[in-house]
Design a protein around this ligand. Structure first.
Ligand code: XMP
Length: 515
């Protein structure tokens, strides 16, 4: 869907930071989109962006097969900002030489600003910036005006005199460039003259209209999981088409404490969404009996989910569409020119995925959004805070947090222990800063003393990680007193557990889940 907004297009030359650039632009309330570097000038003209940003990239401009772009882009009269590789490429297209730098620049450097008029307006003389390049622009014709330099790089930032091209060797988009946000704001707001009026409320209104147009008088099915994405999709559709939305929520028996009730209360009782809960715990747990191999568990759960969903969808024969919570990072990943994986939860994991042969047309209203934007929309739509800020929960649920065999008794133990972890993490105000925090039930018995008796009972591992993308993660440095409360409460309150351990492994090489 094309939105009628002012926008900035970001040409992707393979930088690991390309999504970050897009997010930084959106923080200025300007809609941004990542496009392949091969986009033609004609296509850009059609989209009429307010500005272009050329991302960085791992290649060298002078290398064979280095990615390039349509040189006409620099003649459209649209302001262009080149970052690192993007600057070198544009400078070379505009007639300058790029060479390996005598001094490679990695990490923090001090930037000395020479010209405060445009990119660096309202910024101090000296700034800390983050570099990561081995090439730099060696010679610049008189056509370029140096805007800033570093100790080793005389052209750390430049402007082309004959056009609205700006280039920076450093990365303004990363947090290690503390004033980078202002540099980007100077480009987006001052140079590109964006108004910065992209608001979530506008997004909701436009999407509601678009959904109504697309769906018409048909009906839509939405698979609800209780997670943020599907909840927001359901609320958007509900606002757009009301009773023409039908949600299917599969209770696979592997959900957390009170999760089924909470979804039913929020969507069914409170928002009056047409909600079908498929109570399928017996079916799932029956098929999982005796299974201990994690991949086998995932397969059984995945297949059973599709079967149950399909069965329930039959009760809504009038439905033509299926709503899905696809987010922008998934879309970019499938379009990435470098084929490099983008920072998302592994898709092969996605047990909640439904096969195309279900035969529905797709409605994907979140395709243009990042996760933090989805949360804002959820808040705007009135979803409870608890749902909007929920940490990710894997499709196979508690099955991959019970190491070994899944039984109802073991599920109950884990559910109780997990609820204690969540409660204490929330009480300590750490729920939003930790990426995921949960309990895992181990397949061993540990010896303890209860009263005068020695006993052998279960061990719970507590896992809490700090992560921004779930591809890498570090264990959270939880305060000792929080750990102490978690441990005391689990041992005192959860029958059958006499030992709690804390997982201090980072990813890689460990994974976040134990299975
Ligand atoms: P790992 O354990 O691979 O997890 O470090 C990375 C992220 O993926 C989630 N995860 C899953 N999500 N189905 C899912 O939908 C799965 O089978 C699955 N396995 C792991 C995990 O919770 C973390 O957020």
């Amino acid at each position: 869907m094309k939105l009628a907004h002012e926008s900035i297009l970001i040409l992707d030359f393979g930088s690991q930071y390309v999504q970050l650039i897009a997010r930084r632009v959106r923080e200025q309330r300007v809609y941004s989109e990542i496009v392949p570097h091969t986009i033609s000038a004609a296509e850009v003209r059609k989209r009429a962006p307010m500005g272009l940003i050329f991302s960085g990239g791992p290649a060298s401009v002078y290398a064979k097969n280095a990615p390039t772009c349509d040189p006409e882009l620099l003649k459209l009269g649209i302001p262009v900002l080149g970052i690192c590789y993007g600057m070198q490429l544009a400078a070379s297209l505009l007639g300058s030489k790029v060479q390996p730098s005598p001094a490679r620049e990695y990490g923090r450097t001090t930037l000395h600003v020479l010209n405060h008029q445009n990119l660096f307006s309202d910024l101090p003389e000296d700034l800390v910036v983050w570099n990561s390049h081995g090439d730099q622009v060696e010679q610049l014709s008189e056509d370029f005006l140096p805007l800033a330099r570093t100790g080793t790089c005389p052209f750390a930032a430049v402007k082309h005199r004959g056009s609205d091209f700006y280039g920076v060797q450093f990365h303004p988009e990363v947090s290690h460039t503390p004033r980078g946000k202002e540099i980007l704001a100077n480009f987006v707001i001052t140079i590109c003259r964006c108004k910065g009026d992209w608001r979530m409320a506008t997004f909701i209104d436009e999407n509601v209209t678009e959904i109504r147009r697309k769906v018409g008088q048909s009906h839509v099915i939405c698979g609800l999981s209780g997670g943020v994405d599907s909840s927001v999709v359901a609320m958007l559709l509900h606002r757009a088409i009301g009773k023409h939305l039908h949600c299917i929520f599969v209770d696979n028996g592997l959900l957390r404490l009170n999760e089924v009730e909470s979804v039913e209360q929020t969507f069914g009782d409170h928002f009056k969404v047409d909600l079908i809960t498929a109570h399928s715990a017996d079916l799932f747990l029956g098929r999982l009996a005796g299974v201990t191999d994690p991949e086998q568990k995932r397969k059984i759960i995945g297949h059973t989910f599709i079967e149950v969903f399909r069965e329930n969808a039959k009760s809504i024969p009038q439905a033509k569409f299926l709503a899905q919570g696809t987010l922008y990072p998934d879309v970019i990943e499938s379009k990435s020119p470098t084929g490099a994986p983008s920072a998302t939860i592994k898709t092969h994991h996605n047990v909640g995925g439904l096969p195309a042969e279900l035969g529905f047309d797709l409605v994907e209203p979140l395709r243009e959004l990042f996760k933090d934007e989805v949360r804002k929309i959820g808040e705007e739509l009135g979803l409870p805070e608890e749902m909007v800020w929920r940490q990710p929960f894997p499709g196979p649920g508690l099955a991959v947090r019970i190491v070994g065999e899944i039984t109802r008794e073991r599920l109950e133990v884990l559910r109780q222990a997990d609820a204690v972890v969540t409660e204490e993490i929330k009480r300590a105000n750490l729920y939003r800063t930790t990426g995921q925090s949960f309990a895992v039930l181990l397949p061993i018995k540990s010896v303890g003393v209860m009263g005068d008796e020695r006993s052998a009972e279960s061990v719970i591992a507590v896992r809490s990680v700090d992560t921004s993308d779930f591809m890498t993660a570090d264990w959270s440095r939880l305060p000792y007193d929080v750990l102490a409360r978690i441990s005391n409460r689990i041992i005192n309150e959860v029958k059958g557990v006499n030992r709690v351990v804390y997982d201090i492994s980072s990813k890689p090489p460990s994974t976040i889940e134990w299975e």
